[in-house]
Design a protein around this ligand. Structure first.
Ligand SMILES: [Zn+2]
Length: 163
């Protein structure tokens, strides 16, 4: 899915597509039970899907593009699953990344929030959202290669071609 323009965060020009590093932040919504094993995400699954994305960009750019993903530990979010918004989740994810000491454009270029589908609102459906030509992606768990690849494409400036 493409994020509507009202919530697209502007970046200064296109990112330089040589190296791009995502911090991947898996979360529990604040009203989810973080001790429930069915709500515990598998870091191996997440890393595996992103390794395939990394390989995809490596292959299609003849080794010139290095898109990497650092998976952070699953974290209890400050936002609940009742109609979370793009703006609130963006700010909350940024705050967590800041508090961990990661500096944008030094330690990472983009953030990928990974969540279980919310009760209501824009994150209640399986799939993902991404800013076009931006640096933030929202992905529901479990991840799929085609969906993650589609959303990363939006971050890298690709609109939908046939809609
Ligand atoms: Zn889309």
């Amino acid at each position: 899915m493409l994020l509507s323009s009202s919530v697209v965060f502007s970046v200064n020009g296109k990112p330089t597509l040589k190296t791009f590093k995502y911090l991947v932040l898996p979360i529990w919504w604040s009203d989810e039970d973080s001790s429930d094993s069915s709500l515990t995400m598998s870091p191996t699954h997440i890393q595996d899907i992103y390794n395939q994305n990394k390989q995809y960009y490596d292959d299609m750019s003849w080794g010139k593009m290095d898109v990497t993903f650092q998976v952070l530990p699953q974290t209890v979010f400050t936002i609940s699953s009742a109609s979370p918004t793009f703006d609130a989740t963006y700010d909350a994810a940024k705050a967590i990344v800041d508090s961990l000491g990661y500096v944008e454009d030094e330690d990472f270029n983009g953030i990928n929030l990974v969540y279980f589908t919310a009760k209501t609102g824009v994150f209640s459906g399986a799939g993902g959202w991404a800013e076009v030509n931006g640096r933030f992606m929202w992905m529901s768990y479990e991840l799929a290669l085609d969906v993650t690849r589609h959303e990363i494409g939006h971050n890298f400036g690709h609109p939908h071609h046939c809609e």
